[in-house]
Design a protein around this ligand. Structure first.
Ligand code: IVH
Length: 717
């Protein structure tokens, strides 16, 4: 399927104020058609037809024309269509074991650093043996297959890692996926990548084109679009393949080593990648990476890097996980793909923390199979040719509107600009002048010493910041309210009768709607069912886990994984707010305790304390909290853990594990690890050389045990 690009471009540039009543009907009809096509391409076919900015512009134009001529609004108005239709049609599957992603390395040094880090964590000497598997990173989509008593009973996509889509019927049509297994553990979840070969992808696109149907941008999109079909017969007609490379829940171990477990999966009937190799040193790993890179073009399927995994599964278990990635694996990505195009304009976007972010608008160009029309420009220094450390980048060449620029993409990341060709610079291209007022609210935009970013000083009075914060609040990792996405937030923010100006307003919408004369139902295209569904979706999120609430607040520097770690650390909303109330930036016990949380540094801690101690900000947070029931942090898998909920302090030299490992294992068992001894400490684990902490523990009557006693306590002796 194609879209009328010329009409999209024309409408994008149309000023709604120029639309006359006579023209409105035709414009609304075109918008309905184009947005309908774009929607189904994006949600149903995994093959976007237009970029997000164009989509948003068309959607805004549609709303503006409807607002100007309400009686011309169509029955099938795009304003009334909420969310992604297809994702609702697959039932949801909660993964028994979360499906994680991998952290990335780009340079060889990062691979060496990864290996060193693993050794440090496990306290394995540099000259002691430590093996890794190295295998291609398949560019497809991950799938988890659940077998019970040898029968395939469920197949699920990764989704957000915790909950995926049930695609069992579709997965069963894939020839590489066995329906029954012999001599497998009673419960076996096999994980791997669904992909399409390049030849099959080209042939599929040819068939699609001949049939007048939609073509796919690349094999990955084709694989995703084919697996997520409502009709398994369509999936069956698409040549999908599957490589197994990992596992989830198991009733019995597959093997002692990663490499042996993969061999076992192969024996059970799965396809595994024959470029998997066991390597003993970083040099061998990198040599295998180079070897795979040289073979890349002839493999017949897309790969985007090499994955290294610690071979010994007992060591993998000791290394454990960070919040979203294992410590025992890393993806060594291939270098980015490049293309030259024109820089058409530089737009400034204002983010939720007030940062003014320049965005390059590019003449559309295909980079590694994907059409790119925007790229990030980071900040004003970057445009001027100055890097983060003050040194020149691009040998000091600045970027100007009209320039020919080199664009690159690495993996799924936002495209970036690598270089500029000065010989192609138009004579009239002027140096770019970065605005010093916020383009959204007119407040001063200032740059603090040492900060590369210019920020709007408008705070919550800046509509862009307020709207971006609300969008973040309802986004996936945060409150994730069905039917209340970025577009609806923009609409409600502008609404005069039932406005949503801050998060708390979402939860008072029901009451205000009931009391309002101009009820939601008769406005803005909301029908009875959509209002009911929205209200229910909001009610469903009135009870929220602590980590999600904290992340939803959108505090600068406090990301999703940090929010979860902070939630685990403080346990409850009361404990968190109490700690914030008594924390002082840079000093004191509460500050030390905060810095003790894995991944929390001084910058994040300061930002967190400032957000909770700023009067206006805190009032808004309190208004929100008053509307919610906040669930205490879940203590993981600790029903039979002897140390769940206990506060532990480690001191002195540990001989059987490193400090980082001790902390991560204790936390995995539901204990809270603190850096300082207080009356609340349950155990002090003291190794040789313990000093003041041991004394303090003795004074306070805190139980002090040695490392062996600790290991015995947690059942690891
Ligand atoms: S291992 C706990 N091995 O890459 C992590 N992943 O960027 C288990 N992928 O979500 C993943 N090839 O979809 C692993 N040989 C490979 C892979 C691979 C592709 C994908 C997978 C994962 C993503 C992370």
């Amino acid at each position: 399927m194609s879209i009328d690009d010329a009409r999209v471009a024309e409408l994008r540039n149309l000023d709604p104020n120029d639309v006359t009543a006579d023209a409105a009907d035709a414009i609304l009809a075109d918008l309905s058609e184009l947005l309908g096509q774009a929607n189904s391409a994006y949600h149903t076919d995994d093959a976007p037809l237009i970029d997000d900015a164009s989509y948003d512009a068309l959607k805004r134009l549609n709303m503006a024309v409807e607002a100007a001529f309400p009686n011309k609004k169509r029955e099938d108005s795009p304003t009334d269509q909420v969310g992604a239709p297809v994702s609702e049609t697959f039932s949801k599957v909660t993964h028994a074991v979360r499906m994680l992603s991998l952290s990335n390395a780009f340079a060889d040094e990062e691979v060496v650093e990864f290996v060193d880090g693993v050794r440090r964590f496990l306290n394995i000497a540099a000259d002691a043996p430590l093996s890794f598997t190295a295998e291609p990173k398949i560019d497809g989509l991950s799938l988890s297959l659940r077998y019970e008593n040898g029968q395939l009973i469920q197949a699920a996509t990764r989704g957000d890692g915790a909950v995926g889509e049930n695609v069992t019927a579709n997965a069963k049509t894939i020839a590489d996926i066995p329906h029954t297994l012999n001599a497998a553990p009673d419960v076996l979840e096999v994980r791997g990548e669904v992909y399409m070969s390049e030849a099959d992808f080209l042939a599929l696109n040819k068939r699609q084109e001949e049939a007048g149907a939609k073509t796919f941008a690349n094999p990955r999109n084709a694989a995703a679009g084919s697996l997520r079909q409502l009709d398994p017969k369509i999936t069956a007609s698409r040549p999908l393949r599957f490589f197994a490379y990992a596992w989830g829940e198991l009733s019995a171990p597959l093997a002692t080593h990663q490499s042996k477990a993969i061999a076992r999966l192969q024996e059970l009937g799965f396809q595994t990648n024959d470029l998997t190799k066991v390597c003993e040193t970083p040099e061998e790993m990198i040599a295998h990476y180079t070897d795979i890179m040289l073979k890349r073009a002839d493999l017949g399927y897309d790969i985007d890097g090499v994955v290294y995994k610690v071979d010994d599964l007992a060591l993998q278990r000791r290394l454990g996980f960070r919040s979203t990635t294992p410590r025992w694996a890393i993806a060594h990505k291939f270098p980015a793909e490049l293309a030259w195009t024109r820089l058409v304009a530089i737009d400034i976007q204002v983010g939720r923390t007030g940062a003014l972010s320049p965005v390059a608008r590019l003449a559309p160009i295909t980079v590694g199979g994907v059409v790119v029309s925007n790229a990030t420009l980071h900040n004003e220094d970057y445009i001027a040719g100055v890097g983060g450390d003050g040194h020149p980048i691009r040998e000091g060449r600045d970027l100007r509107v009209g320039d020919l620029v080199q664009v690159y993409r690495a993996g799924d990341v936002i495209p970036k600009i690598k270089d500029v060709d000065l010989s192609k610079r138009p004579d009239d291209a002027a140096p770019y002048v970065f605005p010093d007022v916020c383009p959204e609210c007119g407040s001063h935009a200032i740059r603090e010493a040492g900060d590369a970013v210019r920020r709007c000083t408008g705070g919550l009075i800046c509509p862009a910041q307020a709207v971006e914060r609300l969008k973040h609040f309802v986004s996936r990792g945060a409150f994730d309210i069905d039917g209340l996405g970025a577009k609806q937030i923009e609409m409600f923010y502008q609404d005069e009768v039932l406005p949503i100006k801050e998060p708390a307003d979402i939860f008072t919408l029901q009451a205000r709607n009931a009391a309002s004369l101009a009820k939601l139902q008769n406005r803005d295209g909301f029908g009875e069912t959509s209002v009911k569904n929205l209200m229910q979706a909001i009610e469903d999120k009135r009870t929220i886990p602590l980590g999600k609430l904290l992340f939803g607040l959108g505090i600068r520097h406090v990301g999703e994984s940090a929010s979860n770690l902070l939630a685990n650390h403080y346990g409850s909303w009361q404990a968190l707010t109490a700690a914030m109330d008594k924390s002082e930036v840079g000093t004191g016990e509460a500050w030390d305790d905060l810095l003790n949380v894995d991944g929390v540094g001084a910058v994040m801690a300061t930002s967190l304390i400032e957000a909770f101690q700023n009067d206006a900000e805190r009032a808004s947070i309190d208004r929100l909290a008053a509307e919610l029931t906040v669930l205490d942090a879940e203590v993981r898998d600790t029903s039979d853990s002897p140390v769940a909920g206990k506060t532990v302090v480690f001191t002195g030299t540990l001989e059987k594990m490193t400090r980082a490992e001790a902390k991560s294992r204790a936390e995995a068992l539901g204990a809270k690890v603190s850096g300082s001894v207080s009356a609340k400490t349950d155990f002090l684990v003291a190794g040789p050389g313990a000093g003041s902490k041991a004394k303090k523990a003795a004074d306070l009557g805190v139980e002090t045990i040695d490392e062996d006693a600790w290991l015995a306590l947690i059942g690891e002796a």
